[in-house]
Design a protein. Structure first.
Length: 524
């Protein structure tokens, strides 16, 4: 069965996502410099605007009497509260402060966070009376310059493909600028530490902004032209591949991969048959199953491309994935604590069930402890590895079985080459980006260098995801979230997600509880 006239490579959205994602990766590798444990990515790579956590102080102030301006060097914790901190001032001198009330009223402050500390006392008796976190340490002017350069780079980069794909250039640029501003605000809000504590990531804000505009106002044509949803997310997914190092999977053992396989396989088929029982179409059922079983948004987009799913249904499922992630952040950590699960087991459980990476990290933070973060991240990483395999098998199934059945018994048997044409090429870009960093950058430079390159690409992944979710919100109607398919897809999805949590709990009990064998990552 042929898919009709093939889209030339030069006009293919998937291929342009590959080309542009690879271009970002190449620029990061060219800009790589350092040695030993210290590596960074610089020119010609253009970094995103530096927006650090906190907004009690917007720009780095000068130090007044009994004040010090610098960056966080160390923190000492008890019961998740900072009992004392060490701040490195502008001259590199380290100063340790206790707290008059016994603790710092912030749940988490990472190292190198810019701060201003007001204090009393001297020497070993210095007590911090106020700690202000700096949002824009280099000033508003520098931030504006960084933002302008970043937007111009994204605009020029995406416009290269857009020209060949026949974008309306004028409308696209105006629409992209508006969407970028909304994405910037979403990233700023998502970076605030007290918001991170509750697991509300930048993508949630981006989606909310888009939903508000799309549902309260008529979306103008410039925003429709600028909201290239799939184009943005496909570029982001190619960049995401650079964050997946095969050595990390091997170092964590195969336990995470075993969990991912056991969970993804059972949950995919379970979800698919539940959806079919609710009379959801085969294609939409496969999209929902991929979202619930593998890794949420990324798998949804890959599945939709592999089976030629309806774009509206894909956007619908992406929105539901984010809604579900927020609910699970609020529900799963308290359940884990109520059951007194070791934090490595709890981390593996939330990592296997929650379908958004940012939400997984947030849930791990609520559970607490390094083991929760590590196991949650390991499991989510292993699930991401399955994207390529899932896309291939769904393309094979759709081509060789689904479409022949839809066409009737007399339909011509499709050539095996049809699977290649159907396979989402941006998934190929994702795999190649991972291979480049894993087998060229990591052995050629070092593991830290590979992490630096992956981190630079991750920054663009986040920005393209932010642009994408604003665009998804603009094209999604609140009413459709519950009315599509008479509400049956939503009901089927939530039922299967509940069963997913139960099945994953059972698998993680076997793999991470320590009852049967020693856990790869012990609890702390």
């Amino acid at each position: 069965m042929s898919n009709g006239e093939r889209t030339p490579v030069i006009r293919s959205e998937d291929w342009w996502a590959c080309f542009l994602g690879w271009a970002i990766l190449v620029l990061a590798i060219i800009g790589l410099s350092g040695e030993g444990e210290k590596w960074k990515v610089g020119t010609p790579f253009i970094k995103g605007p530096k927006i650090t956590s906190g907004w009690s102080v917007l720009t780095m102030p000068e130090a007044g009497p009994n004040e010090v301006v610098g960056s966080m060097a160390k923190t000492y914790e008890a019961k998740k509260l900072h009992t004392s901190i060490v701040v490195k001032d502008k001259d590199g001198k380290e100063m340790k402060f206790g707290f008059a009330d016994g603790y710092l009223p912030y749940n988490k402050i990472s190292s190198k966070t810019p701060v201003k500390v007001a204090y009393t006392g001297e020497g070993e008796n210095m007590m911090a009376t106020k700690v202000s976190i700096v949002a824009f340490p280099k000033g508003i002017g520098t931030l504006f310059t960084q933002t302008l350069k970043h937007f111009v780079f994204i605009a020029v980069l995406t416009l290269i493909g857009g020209i060949f794909m026949k974008f309306d250039i004028g409308k696209y640029l105006i629409g992209l600028l508006i969407i970028y501003v909304l994405a910037w605000i979403a990233v700023f809000l998502g970076n605030q530490e007290f918001i991170k504590t509750w697991g509300i990531s930048y993508v949630i804000f981006a989606l909310i902004f888009g939903l508000i505009l799309g549902n309260l106002f008529t979306v103008p044509k410039v925003l429709q032209a600028g909201g290239q949803t799939e184009y943005f997310i496909k570029i982001g997914l190619v960049c995401m591949g650079a964050n997946i190092l095969f050595i990390d999977i091997l170092r964590g053992g195969f336990v995470g991969l075993v969990q991912a396989l056991l969970v993804a396989t059972v949950v995919w088929f379970m979800t698919y048959f539940i959806c079919r029982w609710f009379k959801v179409s085969e294609r939409f059922s496969a999209i929902i199953a991929s979202a619930n079983a593998i890794c949420g948004v990324s798998a949804t987009i890959a599945a939709g491309g592999a089976i030629l799913g309806d774009k509206k249904e894909v956007s619908y499922m992406v929105a539901w994935v984010l809604v579900c992630a927020v609910v699970l952040i609020l529900v799963m950590p308290p359940i884990a604590k109520g059951l007194n699960l070791p934090n490595n087991w709890a981390g593996a459980w939330v990592g296997g069930v929650i379908d958004n990476t940012g939400a997984v990290v947030a849930a791990g933070g609520i559970i607490g402890g390094e083991a929760a973060f590590k196991t949650a991240a390991l499991v989510k990483l292993a699930q991401n590895v399955l994207i390529g395999f899932a896309a291939f098998f769904m393309a094979l199934w759709a081509t060789m079985t689904l479409e022949r059945r839809e066409a009737g018994a007399d339909a011509e048997k499709p050539a095996i080459s049809e699977v290649w044409y159907r396979f989402p090429k941006f998934v190929l870009g994702f795999i190649i980006a991972s291979l480049i960093v894993s087998f060229i950058v990591e052995p050629g430079w070092s593991h830290k260098a590979a992490k630096a390159v992956g981190g630079a690409c991750k920054d663009y992944r986040n920005w393209f995801f932010a642009l994408c979710f604003v665009a998804i919100g603009l094209e999604t109607k609140f009413k459709e979230l519950v009315s599509v398919g008479g509400g049956r897809p939503a009901i089927a999805s939530w039922i299967s997600q509940t069963l997913n949590a139960i099945w994953t709990f059972f698998i993680t009990w076997i793999l991470w509880s320590g009852r049967f064998f020693e856990a790869v990552i012990p609890p702390d």
